[in-house]
Each structure stands twice: as structure tokens, then as C-alpha cells.
Design a protein around this ligand. Structure first.
Ligand SMILES: Cc1ncc(COP(=O)(O)O)c(C=O)c1O
Length: 480
């Protein structure tokens, strides 16, 4: 955002870009929405994009790209091996992020696969601020387990702690004692996705680094949403307000031994990378690249995406381009909070997060309130959000449900994609749903996959509540 002083003396934030390509959207009537969500097995992942009005499932791979990124895609050098575009990416990673070695991979989970394969063994324990679905799956598939040690405020949706992504340093110290010799690395996710898009402070990453040094354990940073993390440090952390985003990024990442990212997020392309300054780590990781991803200089990605990634990385610390979606998230969260809707506070990155346990207190956890809420929101608005609760966890090895600390519905704001009127429409429909929440009931399985079940699982609305909710909606608001 470009920040100037307004007439009243308050800061005035203005988007430092304009829109030159747009995509037409259509809003299907509620009868079609009911049919679509039924056909999707009450799983928003399985909706066809053509049935969706505002696609707020994720920011991943759907951010608006810049004219400079599109231009770079045309001039990318299409070579199987040794393509210029890769070396351009490597030099940006070195200059901007401070790492000599870079390994391209096809997306974030591919980085997690390689890192888990190299570092995690049977009995390993990986402490982290919080898990992400694919991270947990890869660590467990490699025989390890995760240990989540966020600060206590992170699990209190009402807490306005500015850095709810922070690790609890005392618990980390305790973990080093308890699991001595079993910790292959500590992982910090900056912005913590499943905590409601909450950032990690510079003070915290510094503290984690000190402990990792003391115990000679590497620190791995998941930098998929580092752009927002850096922005929040500048906005919220004392001493950083006058520093550039670029300098803050450099300082934050200087604490990592290995950094990886889903480049579908902050750099607004489709791909991923791992970077490090350790020759030893690089060599251990890179041998697996040709087996699972592709050759050294493309790693399973199109070279066009590699070229666009180099530009996207520099744009993610361009002060005038970053933050417009954060302003919208802030607006929606504060507005819903004022009206008494249970949202995760303070407004963070990634999206607006509804607390489904408070929103739908009459639905037992075994009937998946967050899944019901995401489906109901689609039904009454055409807005696609994502369940981030019990459905997004898999069962334990005994087949028992694992109920996560937070049972959220995430309404994502991809970068530079939606406008203020979309935010107003979202607020209106969430408020309508909140006022009619007694009509929403639970879900039960029709087909439950054994792993990452939220992607492909199919459910049904218990007692056919969808039809009833659609009927009430139609009576009050009409077909649209
Ligand atoms: C924090 C974080 N890490 C890893 C991933 C996995 O990345 P990908 O979807 O590119 O495989 C994601 C995806 O959303 C994420 O948010």
C-alpha cells in the first residue's frame, strides 16, 4: 500500500497498483447452489469453480499476477537443463533471502516431502508453532510426530496478541530436554495458517534460533506466507516501523538453516523451493530431486513459473504492492466482531476465520461443525471457503477422531484479487447466516479417505438441513 497523510492527519492507505485484466464472475441462484454442494458431497473442495461466485477457498496459486511476472513468463528460457530462468531465480534467492543454494520443487508439500525424507526417522519429534495439514502428513509418513507448542494466546480466538504465531520458548526448552536426540529440526511457520493466519515476531524467531544453537538443532522456516509476516512485523513490532520490508525479510530469514515455501502463496506463482546456506543439507536434499521432482534447474515446475517466481519474490517486499488484502481482512474481521460474530482476532493474514464451535454450538464436534459452516456459507452466498477443523485432521492410528484446538472456517483473500464490495457482500451473507444458524445441522460421511481426507471426502447433510436452509433463504432473500 502507498501510505500518505490524509487531511485529518490519519494515515491514508492506497493500493499501489491498478487492475488491467479482469475475470467475469457469475452468481448462481440458490437452487443451483444447493444442487452443486450436494453433488460436491458437502465438501467445498469438490465444488466446480464455475458454481462458485467468490472463490475464497485459498490464496494458493490464485493470487493476481503482475504485468512484470507475465512478461517474464514469455521470455523464460525453456531448457530441460541449465535454463537461464533458474539462475535468475537463484540470484534473487541469494540477494533477497540470503541463501546460496536453492532447490526448486513443484509445490510446498514437495519441499516438505524432501525435508521429511532426509531428516525425519522413526521416533523423531518435530517441535513447531503449529502444524499445516501436508506438513503433518509428511512428517508422519516418514515415521515422526509433530509437537505443537504455540503460545497460549494462540488458542484463544478472542486474544488480540499481535503475534499469535509465536512459539512458546519455555516449552521449546522443555522439549529439547524431554526429546533429547530425537529432534531433527524445529519448524516455524511464518504466518501460522491453521492458527488463523497469525504472524511470528522477530523477537520470537531470534529466541528460537538461540535455543536451536544451544542444542545444535537446525531451524526450518516455512516461508509460504512470509510476505504477510514481514508486513505485520513492520506494522506491529516495536523498532521495525521504519525498516524496509526487504530488510525485515532478510533479518527474519537469516535465522533459518533451511527455508522452504509454497510459491503458490507469497510469490504468486505455482511452484515451490527449498533454500539453505549449508552445503551438507543441500547435498542431502538435492539427490532426491531427480527422483521425485525433476532436474536440478526446474524441479517439476514449468520454467515459465520459475521466471515469474523470481519477479514475484522481489514484488512480495515491494511496499506499494503488499497489504491490500490485509486491509480487506481487517475490515471484515472488525465489522463481524462488532456485530458479535465469532471471528479469530486480531485480524491476521490469509483470510477471515470463523470459529464454528461458537457459531454453531448446537452441532457436536463428531458431526463436523466447521464442515457444516463452510457448506452453509456456500449455500447462502456462493462464496467458497475452507473447513479448517476436525475434517482437516485425519483419524489417529486407532481410528479415533482427533479434534484440533480450533475448529475454523477460513475465508481466504488471495492477493490483489477482491474488492471492497465483495467484502461487503461477504459480511452481509455471514451475518444472515449467523442470524439463521439454528437451521444448520451436522454432516456425516458417505466416503472417508484414509489420509488428507478433507480433499476428497464426501459427506451428506444430516436430516437434509440444506433444503430447509435454502427454503428459508429463498423466502427472505429470493433466488439470489
Ligand atoms: C504454511 C503452508 N505450508 C505448506 C503448504 C503446502 O503448500 P502447497 O499447497 O504448495 O503444496 C501450505 C499450503 O497452503 C501452507 O499454507
Amino acid at each position: 500500500m502507498i501510505v500518505v497523510k490524509s487531511r485529518s492527519g490519519k494515515p491514508l492507505r492506497v493500493e499501489g497498483f491498478r487492475i488491467r485484466i479482469f475475470e467475469k464472475l457469475s452468481l448462481p441462484p440458490i437452487s443451483e447452489r444447493l444442487k452443486a454442494i450436494r453433488e460436491a458431497g458437502w465438501n467445498t473442495f469438490l465444488l466446480k469453480a464455475d458454481s462458485v461466485f467468490l472463490d475464497m477457498l485459498t490464496d494458493s496459486g490464485v493470487n493476481a499476477m503482475s504485468d512484470r511476472q507475465l512478461a517474464a513468463m514469455i521470455t523464460a528460457q525453456d531448457a530441460y537443463a541449465g535454463g537461464r530462468s533458474f539462475y535468475e531465480l537463484a540470484s534473487v534467492v541469494e540477494e533477497l533471502m540470503g541463501f546460496k543454494y536453492v532447490i526448486p520443487v513443484h509445490q510446498g508439500r514437495a519441499a516438505e516431502h524432501l525435508i521429511s525424507k532426509v531428516f525425519v526417522r522413526e521416533g523423531s519429534v518435530v517441535p513447531m508453532n503449529y502444524h499445516f495439514t501436508t506438513t503433518k502428513a509428511h512428517i508422519e509418513l516418514a515415521g515422526g510426530e509433530i509437537l505443537e507448542i504455540p503460545i497460549k494466546e494462540a488458542l484463544d480466538r478472542r486474544s488480540r496478541h499481535p503475534f499469535k504465531g509465536d512459539i512458546d520458548i519455555a516449552k521449546l526448552e522443555e522439549a529439547f530436554r524431554e526429546f533429547k536426540g530425537r529432534i531433527p529440526f524445529v519448524r516455524v511457520e511464518a504466518v501460522a495458517n491453521l492458527l488463523g493466519g497469525q504472524p511470528v515476531s522477530m523477537a520470537n524467531i531470534r529466541g528460537v534460533r538461540e535455543l536451536c544453537d544451544k542444542h545444535s538443532v537446525p531451524l526450518v522456516i516455512d516461508a509460504s506466507m512470509i510476505d504477510w509476516n514481514v508486513y505485520f512485523i513492520k506494522e506491529r513490532e516495536p523498532g521495525y516501523g521504519s525498516k524496509s520490508l526487504r530488510d525485515i525479510l532478510g533479518e527474519f530469514l537469516s535465522h533459518a538453516d533451511i527455508v522452504y515455501m509454497s510459491s503458490r502463496k507469497a510469490p504468486s506463482v505455482r511452484g515451490g523451493l527449498i533454500a539453505t546456506n549449508s552445503r551438507e543439507f543441500y547435498e542431502k536434499l538435492v539427490v532426491h530431486l531427480p527422483v521425485y521432482e525433476g532436474f536440478l534447474t526446474y524441479g517439476g515446475m514449468s520454467v515459465k513459473e520459475i521466471a515469474a517466481m523470481a519477479v514475484g519474490l522481489t514484488e512480495m517486499v515491494d511496499e506499494s504492492l503488499i497489504g491490500s488484502e490485509l486491509e480487506l481482512i481487517n475490515y471484515v474481521v472488525e465489522e463481524l466482531d462488532r456485530k458479535g460474530v465469532p471471528v479469530v482476532l486480531p485480524p491476521g493474514g490469509l483470510g477471515v476465520h470463523l470459529d464454528s464451535l461458537e457459531f454453531l454450538p448446537h452441532i457436536p464436534r463428531a458431526s463436523y461443525p466447521a464442515g457444516s459452516l463452510a457448506s452453509a456459507l456456500y449455500l447462502v452466498s456462493g462464496i467458497r471457503s475452507m473447513e479448517r477443523g476436525a475434517l482437516s485432521m485425519d483419524r489417529d492410528k486407532y481410528g479415533r477422531e482427533i479434534y484440533p484446538d480450533l475448529e475454523l472456517v477460513r475465508i481466504a483473500f488471495p492477493r490483489r484479487t477482491y474488492l471492497r464490495s465483495h467484502a461487503d457482500y461477504l459480511i452481509d451473507r455471514v451475518l444472515w447466516l449467523y442470524e439463521h444458524r439454528e437451521h444448520v445441522k451436522g454432516l456425516r460421511w458417505l466416503y472417508e479417505p484414509p489420509i488428507l481426507r478433507f480433499f476428497l471426502g464426501r459427506l451428506e447433510d444430516m436430516g437434509g438441513w440444506g433444503e430447509n436452509l435454502a427454503e428459508v433463504y429463498r423466502r427472505e432473500l429470493g433466488e439470489y
